[in-house]
Design a protein around this ligand. Structure first.
Ligand code: DC
Length: 230
């Protein structure tokens, strides 16, 4: 395990560019908790869909948020997303949720509630959190920030492989349209758009292996840690 000062590691970037993979591996290396903030927006989306909440009706959305309880649990060595006591880890990866989640993530009251939860999860530091606004809005003072990107065709191929391996019947075109749609909304929305701040370290992993990407991130963390503790 790599010993560093207790800190927050923020990982932001586009959809399907390997943020969660890096976040999980870094968390394991550092002995930190991994938090997938996208899963929280997906959990809200699933709740709204299953309970027929009209996402344009802010009063209904606000009321529904009181009934949404999200937590993460380690189940059989995997990070499971739990919504109101139910394991929804697999369900929130469906296209049904993916097609709606970016719209849900534009809603101010939803973001406010998720950020509150994220702050509580990071209060003791020692977390690696991935998302779109972690280094810019949620933890602007995070000790370590990475912005991950990859070519769009590489990202489509990766997501398609991931979905078809899980038995989902989707075409490359479906995946590409969904990805481009989400990237567009995530980067242009009014509330906390995806932003690379000057303090984010940029990693383009189009042609990097997972091991190479992890090594690069760890190298940055160790060298920054030296300056933090000096
Ligand atoms: O990382 P992901 O694909 O699971 O994220 C799902 C959606 O949630 C995505 O469209 C962007 C949004 N999101 C966000 O707006 N802010 C975050 N911190 C994390 C995700």
């Amino acid at each position: 395990m790599t010993e560093i000062e207790d800190s927050v590691v923020a990982i932001d970037g586009f959809s399907s560019c390997g943020k969660s993979t890096l976040a999980k591996e870094l968390a394991r290396e550092l002995g930190y908790r991994f938090i997938d903030s996208g899963a929280m927006y997906r959990a809200c989306t699933l709740y709204f869909l299953d309970n027929n909440i009209d996402i344009d009706d802010i009063a209904a959305v606000t009321k529904a948020l009181d009934n949404i309880h999200i937590e993460f649990q380690n189940i059989d060595g995997h990070n499971a997303t739990i919504l109101n006591g139910k394991n929804i880890t697999s369900e929130i990866r469906s296209l049904r949720v993916a097609n709606q989640v970016s719209e849900v993530a534009t809603i101010k009251v939803v973001r406010q509630q998720m950020v509150k939860l994220q702050h509580a999860m990071g209060a003791q530091k020692r977390i690696v959190m991935d998302g779109r606004d972690i280094g810019s809005v949620v933890f602007p003072e995070a000790e370590h920030k990475f912005f991950i990107t990859a070519d769009v065709d590489v990202r489509v191929q990766r997501r398609h492989n991931e979905l078809t391996t899980k038995g989902r019947n989707v075409t490359m075109q479906d995946v590409k349209e969904n990805l481009e749609h989400r990237d567009h909304i995530d980067s242009t929305r009014e509330e906390s758009p995806l932003t690379q701040t000057p303090s984010h370290i940029l990693i383009d992993n189009s042609y990097l292996t997972r091991a190479e990407q992890l090594m690069i991130a760890l190298k940055h963390i160790k060298s920054k840690n030296k300056t933090l503790v000096a």
